[in-house]
Design a protein around this ligand. Structure first.
Ligand code: SAM
Length: 284
């Protein structure tokens, strides 16, 4: 792929190839992959432009670029992603944490400003990004994080360790199945919510992410229905749910929570002005 071996030329060739493959962020993709390979900050790349890559480095970089050309997400190639201000290890067992999910964390942190010592349930934790960020950024009495996927939980535990968080209890559970008598002040969740139909229209990059993390039956509403109908058993008297929204299903989601005695409903928009966070309080 490369006929000149200095950083500048290699980078230019990689950018051209990714542009040809119609990757919208071809420049940053190539730069992130090369700086990862060289183990330097992306901002330091220009200072290394004259450096000559070894044969091993060239082969490795070519592999990265070819994987990206096939639309494998950069986060899976380099094995980590940034979320809030922290680094999370990711692999094909977990969804790559998304910037819009940060609004969920901020919403819970705002609740914690008013009431201290909250007990939190991070349902469908995946990489653990929500629960771990909360543990890093706030003071909570308990944080329990659950997922049905053993491999995701293993990675979430590793992420807790990497980020120096010891306080989270991880439980393997099909939604609420293994939570016994636990009661929480906040149930926060970014559940699977993509419909079968929506899945077929998603970008190729998303096909690398686990279907288990994306698709929900009942036209994308399965997890919202389960939470709306069962959350009261796991919430304290004035507990909250804070959920990431499928922006295409807002009226249906809102109605099912109203029907289940949730009030003070708030919908928070993300940076694209899409309805992204659903916050509601239970009244028993
Ligand atoms: C959309 S991902 C969210 C991951 C992470 N919280 C985030 O925001 O990046 C949904 C997660 O739900 C988990 N999941 C799928 N079905 C589940 C079930 N029945 N019970 C519990 N977790 C489930 C998946 O394994 C996946 O990790």
């Amino acid at each position: 792929m490369f006929n000149k071996y200095d950083v500048f030329s290699v980078l230019e060739t990689a950018k051209k190839l990714l542009k040809f493959k119609e990757l919208p962020d071809y420049k940053s993709d190539a730069e992130v992959l090369l700086s990862f390979l060289l183990q330097i900050k992306r901002s330091r790349l220009p200072f290394a432009y004259n450096q000559i890559l070894s044969l091993n480095q060239l082969c490795q970089f070519e592999k990265y670029i070819l994987r990206r050309a096939k639309r494998e997400p950069v986060a899976y190639i380099i094995g980590h992603a940034g979320f809030m201000e922290f680094k999370f290890k990711v692999d094909k067992n977990v969804l790559i944490p998304r910037p819009e999910t940060e609004f969920l964390v901020e919403t819970v942190l705002n609740l914690a400003k008013k009431e201290t010592n909250l007990k939190i349930l991070d349902l469908c934790t995946g990489s653990g990004c929500i629960g771990i960020s909360l543990a890093k950024m706030g003071t909570f009495k308990t944080i329990i994080a659950t997922d049905i996927n053993k491999c995701a939980l293993k990675l979430a535990k590793e992420n807790a360790k990497i980020n120096g968080v010891k306080s989270i209890k991880f439980i393997e559970s099909d939604i609420f199945a293994n939570l016994q008598q636990n009661k929480f002040d906040v149930i926060v969740s970014n559940p699977p919510y993509v419909t079968q139909k929506e899945y077929l229209t998603l970008e190729k990059d998303l096909m690398y992410e686990p279907k288990l993390a994306l698709i929900a039956k009942d036209d994308g509403l399965f997890f919202y229905t389960e939470i709306a109908e069962n959350a009261k058993k796991f919430l304290n008297n004035t507990g909250y749910v804070v959920l990431e929204l499928n922006p295409n299903k807002v009226p249906q989601i809102k109605q099912m929570f109203i029907d289940n005695n949730f009030k003070e409903i708030e919908i928070i928009k993300d940076y694209l002005s899409l309805p992204r966070v659903f916050k509601a309080k239970i009244f028993v």
